[in-house]
Design a protein around this ligand. Structure first.
Ligand code: SF4
Ligand code: SF4
Length: 381
């Protein structure tokens, strides 16, 4: 039975992280999967250009320690590729800049492993529910082993982003925006993410929750010193454990609800599903959830008005709102918006909400947190 490993790790001190990572990977017998010819993809979360202490991206110390351990297991540096595609354009310059700021370039240099900037893609066919064919970066189909190094974060659209959603980064650059356009509905979007995760099949996942993100993640939230690594070979169970620790009801999260409906994960984890520092498998007191995560707005609506929920939901749903004094007019939100509904006027972003599908990609990508989530005052009643 695949268990979720929970490991208490108090800081990014490299020796401490190395010991924890090695213990986890030995316990999960990753050493048996590695030899000098094994082609390995290391897939961190590199949402966009953020310094490691912002808790937006997987901390480079975790990436560094995982590569060290893989090399100790016999992997050859030339067979290891470190790759992720951020949310914006996938040009070499942009991706390289992101690797540099996130601290991954230095890790790749230290270990002499490949840092993937080419972003060429290959077609991956699948028998998915929503999608039968994905364009993914080549190492995602050409590697024997995929090590998924996700970040423990909240997410304004999907509630949280952990093991399953981290796989979305194998879709190069702005091709991700096409999926937001095709599946504006959260439920369909979640099923697409599951199709992708089932097709790519990450071998092993470690979620970096040493410094986690709470509030309006995945980029606009605040840092929470959580002191945990979560790991295992079942990304759905890992996300269930994350959801529980954050304080979510799993059935309110679109990805986990879809996974449950497909029979990929049970409705709740038992203590027998957890191993390691099991006493840390508990709700984290006061963990701040994003303001816009619920799958079913009906729960917030007075009983007498529930019949009208689908009709009024689009008016009540949270919306992106430009914080003008903060906006620096960089245009990143405009280039990522799948609906092309953002303009830059007088050096400030302006959203035409009529065409907005509330994917919050703009909120994710803004480098200065100038896109707020405006929630209806109805829900404050
Ligand atoms: S809202 Fe953010 S991403 Fe958009 S133009 Fe302003 S600063 Fe740039
Ligand atoms: S304005 Fe923002 S939330 Fe609306 S569609 Fe564009 S990127 Fe998505």
């Amino acid at each position: 039975m695949c268990k979720v490993v929970i490991k208490k790790v108090g800081s990014y001190d490299s020796r401490t992280v190395y010991i924890a990572v090695k213990e986890i990977m030995l316990q999960q017998r990753i050493n048996r999967l590695v030899n000098r010819d094994t082609k390995i993809l290391i897939k961190p979360n590199m949402l966009s250009r953020h310094a490691p202490d912002k808790a937006v991206t997987t901390n480079p110390v975790v990436v560094d320690c995982v590569i060290t351990v893989l090399k100790e297991f016999g992997a050859k540096a030339e067979n290891i590729t470190l790759a992720d595609s951020s949310g914006g354009p996938a040009s070499r310059g942009v991706i390289q800049g992101n690797y540099n700021t996130c601290g991954f370039s230095l890790v790749a240099e230290k270990h002499n492993v490949n840092l993937y900037t080419k972003m060429s893609s290959r077609t991956l066919k699948t028998d998915g529910v929503m999608v039968k064919e994905f364009e993914v970066m080549r190492p995602a189909v050409e590697s024997d082993l995929i090590i998924n190094l996700a970040k423990f974060k909240t997410h304004v659209m999907t509630g949280m982003t952990g093991a399953v959603k981290n796989m979305f980064g194998v879709v190069p650059g702005l091709k991700k925006a096409e999926f937001h356009m095709r599946f504006p509905d959260k439920e369909n979007f979640a099923n697409m993410l599951i199709d992708l995760c089932q097709a790519v099949k990450p071998t092993f996942t470690i979620v970096d929750g040493i410094q986690a993100m709470e509030g309006d993640g995945p980029a606009g939230g605040s840092v929470r010193n959580l002191g945990l690594l979560l790991a295992g070979s079942d990304p759905y169970k890992i996300d269930m454990a994350m959801a529980y620790i954050m304080g979510f009801e799993a059935e309110n999260l679109p990805v986990l609800k879809a996974a449950m409906d497909r029979g990929l994960v049970p409705a709740r984890l038992e203590m027998t599903d957890i191993t390691g520092d099991v006493q840390r498998y508990q709700r984290c007191e006061g963990y701040i959830l994003p303001r816009s995560y619920r799958l079913d707005f009906g729960d917030h609506v007075p009983r007498a008005l529930r019949w009208a929920t689908p009709a009024v939901e689009k008016f009540l749903a949270p919306k992106p709102k430009i914080n003008k004094p903060r906006c620096i007019g960089c245009g990143k939100c405009r280039s990522i918006c799948p609906q092309k509904t953002i303009e830059i006027k007088d050096k400030k972003a302006v959203i035409n909400l009529k065409n907005c599908i509330k994917c919050f990609c703009c909120h994710e990508m803004c480098p200065v947190k100038a896109i707020d989530i405006k929630r209806s005052s109805f829900f404050k009643i």
